[in-house]
Design a protein around this ligand. Structure first.
Ligand SMILES: [Zn+2]
Length: 305
């Protein structure tokens, strides 16, 4: 049994390759750059993803069925861009298969993550936690942020694993869920609603979107604008899934670091640390925890911006 020497240890559990970069990439790069130990566990290879590069169409599940391996390689390039070296697949690469969107026949594949036995899958994650001893765990809410079966399952498996780890005395101090404030969505609708090809086109109010939290529900606002470029580079590594002409990049180009570099979280377990602003938002996922500042490893002010 080993415990990592870094004072701050952050574990993120994501469903498919690319989710880490789109949802939490700036946070991951920000903490990795500051000397925290960042561990990524990805639950599936993303075999059922939509393929956006015409030359890769033959990799699809109904053709060569090689998309998963291709996306594993994209994930390594993305993690290199984020500065994250500790990445694993839940139960080993290929143990669990991408279940596809809710209601599709792929949900019933014998290796589909949606079909996973909860305690077996959680057991794989407990082994990672036993080794890494993360103080902070990040995953999705019980709707999997937007309803994809693998995201919902990632939530269930993570919560069960934390419960099992707690029973053994090494549960995390805090569990966060990736979130987007409705106030930020409203601003996005205002700014981008008139353009096409983005999720806000045709949307008038945030309630029409399948995600969004009130400002009161948000617990942490991580300003990782210092890592926005790393996040963009990581997303570009997932080119099979996010075409280089995606609306995301045009918006990032127009609105800069804030759109890509600021990420929000709700707190699902543990005590909220000191924060500021009208809602007392934390600016650090480790706020209030007795983790030693990493001293020489951390450039002055890196974690307090
Ligand atoms: Zn996903």
């Amino acid at each position: 049994m080993t415990t990592h020497s870094a004072a701050r240890r952050l574990l993120l559990v994501h469903a498919h390759p690319d989710d880490e970069s789109i949802g939490t990439g700036a946070t991951m790069a920000h903490y990795a750059a500051a000397g925290a130990h960042v561990t990524l566990v990805t639950c599936t290879l993303g075999e059922e993803g939509e393929i956006h590069l015409p030359e890769l169409i033959g990799l699809a599940a109904d053709a060569a069925d090689q998309l998963g391996g291709y996306r594993a390689a994209e994930l390594s390039a993305a993690c290199a861009a984020l500065g994250v070296t500790d990445r694993r697949f839940l139960g080993g690469a290929g143990r669990y298969r991408d279940s596809g969107m809710m209601g599709l026949a792929t949900n019933a594949h014998p290796r589909a993550f949606w079909q996973a036995d909860l305690d077996t899958a959680a057991g794989f994650l407990v082994e990672v936690m036993r080794e890494v001893r993360p103080q902070v765990v990040v995953t999705y809410d019980d709707n999997g942020f937007y309803g994809h079966p693998d995201h919902i399952q990632a939530h269930r498996v993570t919560m069960r694993a934390c419960e099992l780890a707690r029973a053994e005395g090494f549960g995390p101090d805090k569990i966060y869920f990736q979130a987007t404030p409705r106030s930020v969505l409203a601003a996005g609708i205002e700014q981008f609603g008139q353009t096409t090809g983005n999720p806000f086109s045709g949307v008038e109010v945030p309630d029409e979107l399948p995600f969004g939290s009130s400002d009161e529900e948000i617990a942490a606002r991580i300003d990782a604008t210092d890592s926005a470029d790393a996040k963009v580079a990581a997303m570009k590594a997932h080119a099979s899934q996010i075409p280089l002409d995606s609306w995301l990049y045009s918006i990032a180009g127009n609105f800069g670091g804030e759109f890509m570099g600021v990420e929000f979280y709700t707190l699902a377990y543990g005590e909220r640390g000191p924060g500021d602003g009208p809602h007392g938002w934390e600016s650090d996922l480790f706020a209030g925890l007795a983790t030693e500042p990493a001293g020489a490893e951390v450039p002055a002010g890196a974690l307090s911006r």
